[in-house]
Design a protein around this ligand. Structure first.
Ligand SMILES: [Zn+2]
Length: 544
């Protein structure tokens, strides 16, 4: 077997790759992802046929050119969940993007969950990859046959070789979809590693969730603008956190997010899905989180809902952007923006390479200087990180080829370290690590600091409804009239707002001991004209 690879869009996202497998007269060409700028018309030789596309996940930067590149009846292999998601998201995405022949893509989609033959002696299977609902990497397995020696047919040895294509990944689950395994039941020889990293993924996620919960438990109407897949992840995380806090939380997902949630058969009692709504007020309610797309509210449900709360200071608009687009700044409601691309940190990336310990590492989804920094980062494998579109031989004559720019003596050192590492590296004992099945969402496992949320949001008096139930249910609870004895009273300055709809809102201008969500009694008075009568100061009186 002869194996080569070629970057398909090195000047754009550099996430797409062509793999060529040649065995005698038989040849297979696989395309991994079909992102921005991939043009098979120019990449395939006149006598080459596409045998399949390995599409890792349903993010548009990985499938934007798929509709121009499907051909030769080649299947587009995806995980079952990604197949389901694409059925709903492609027709939506084509409205705002030139996606080529979307119908041809839909006809070509072939969801797979197990080893699937592409050619005699060449098979593929998806493995989970975290990152986003449905995301998968792929294992590629090819058989190498040695011999026979002379006429000795019994001397024929057949052996298997494995390549792992990670796609975008995380080593944490995402919305319950399992993470990229770092231990496989087979020896992975070569890894195509997507090297997009983000050091603030977990921090931003916790800040975003904290803001959403603070505002929702504080009584606001909260609109979260996110892509459909991020919206699904946040809806499930919020529901799981509320369950851990033992507090109720209403979450409404609308539009495309609702369609994807329903298509994936995901149900939670906290989450109501409402694909179509007539009026924004149908899906907006105090103490409720409403999740809508897209992440940039210039169109669609997110735009409609932003317009509905735009002039209401008590409401909150939270943007979960997948890129660095400018956050909304000119609204009267509170606005927040968090980055939410769910890529691993550099440490997580290193851990994957260390744990899998491949002989060869091909670095993808990075460019320029970032790509260069990987060239010498790992000293136990041959690292390929070219930024061009040249086709390179990875394996031939029964051997993995060393990159041309590595000297023989350096190659010997690397092979020696590899041999030492591989001696004590355990392999997974079964196929469980490769299961694509969605698990119940575990917020801790997805990087959520549940303990911090517990100390901020649970217990105390934060939920007035829960308190009433607790007090009346308990046998030893004093009668209600006794519990409501001496009220806590204080005076504060407050500013009056109108919400544009006849409702009056107050912003207390000092810090108080009251918690968001508490019910307080308020008596209002205007400050005295002369300004120094304490009786008539601008005040807001609160009592529990
Ligand atoms: Zn992605």
């Amino acid at each position: 077997m002869h194996v080569s690879y070629q970057n398909a869009n090195p000047r754009r996202g550099n996430e797409s790759t062509i793999l060529r497998f040649t065995d005698g007269d038989a040849k297979a060409v696989l395309l991994v992802d079909s992102g921005d700028g991939v043009d098979l018309d120019s990449l395939l030789a006149a006598d080459e046929y596409l045998n399949g596309v390995l599409l890792t996940h349903a993010h548009i930067d990985h499938y934007r050119t798929l509709g121009k590149n499907v051909r030769h009846n080649a299947p587009v292999y995806v995980s079952p969940a990604t197949g389901t998601i694409l059925e709903h998201s492609l027709s939506e995405a084509r409205k705002d993007n030139d996606l080529g022949d979307v119908d041809a893509v839909l006809d070509s989609i072939e969801p797979i969950g197990e080893w699937t033959p592409v050619l005699e002696g060449l098979e593929i299977r998806p493995v989970p990859a975290g990152h986003t609902p449905g995301a998968a990497g792929f294992l590629v397995r090819f058989r190498e046959t040695f011999g026979p020696k002379g006429d000795d047919v019994a001397s024929i040895i057949s052996d298997e070789r494995y390549i792992l294509v990670t796609g975008d990944f995380t080593t944490r689950p995402c919305a319950g979809f399992p993470p990229l395994p770092t231990s496989f039941p087979v020896d992975v020889d070569a890894v195509f590693l997507n090297a997009s990293t983000n050091e603030t993924t977990i921090e931003q996620r916790n800040e975003a969730l904290q803001t959403i919960l603070e505002r929702a438990y504080g009584g606001s109407r909260v609109v979260v603008a996110a892509s459909a897949l991020t919206g699904v992840q946040y809806a499930l995380l919020l529901a799981a956190i509320a369950a851990e806090l033992d507090r109720s939380l209403s979450i409404t997902v609308v539009g495309q997010t609702a369609r994807v949630l329903d298509a994936l058969d995901i149900e939670r009692p906290e989450i109501e899905s409402c694909a179509v709504f007539d009026r924004p007020s149908d899906v907006l309610e105090a103490e409720t989180v409403t999740i809508a797309g897209p992440d940039s509210p210039t169109t669609g449900s997110a735009k409609r809902l932003l317009l509905a709360i735009h002039d209401r200071p008590a409401d909150a608009f939270v943007q979960l952007a997948t890129d660095d687009s400018e956050p909304i700044s000119n609204a009267n409601c509170s606005t927040y923006a968090f980055r939410s691309d769910n890529h691993p940190s550099r440490d997580e990336l290193d851990e994957v390479v260390r744990a899998i310990a491949p002989k060869h590492l091909v670095v993808k989804h990075a460019s320029g200087y970032r790509l260069d920094t990987f060239q010498r980062r790992y000293d136990r494998c041959f690292t390929w990180a070219p930024d061009d579109g040249v086709s390179r031989v990875l394996y031939e004559d029964g051997e993995w080829s060393k990159p041309g720019w590595i000297s023989e003596s350096a190659a010997r050192r690397i092979r020696h370290r590899q041999w030492k590492t591989n001696g004590d590296r355990p392999l997974a004992t079964d196929d469980d690590s490769m299961s694509l099945l969605r698990q119940p969402v575990d917020p801790d496992a997805e990087g959520v600091d549940v303990d911090a949320f517990r100390s901020q949001f649970s217990g105390s008096v934060a939920d007035p409804y829960d308190d009433q139930v607790a007090l009346t249910d308990r046998d030893d609870a004093p009668p209600a009239s006794e519990t409501a004895t001496v009220p806590e009273t204080d005076r504060f300055e407050a500013r009056v707002f109108g919400d544009g709809d006849g409702k009056t809102l107050l912003e207390v201008l000092e810090s108080t001991d009251f918690s968001p969500g508490e019910i307080v009694e308020v008596s209002l008075s205007r400050p005295a004209e002369d300004g120094d009568s304490s009786e008539n100061r601008d005040g807001l009186e609160q009592s529990e």
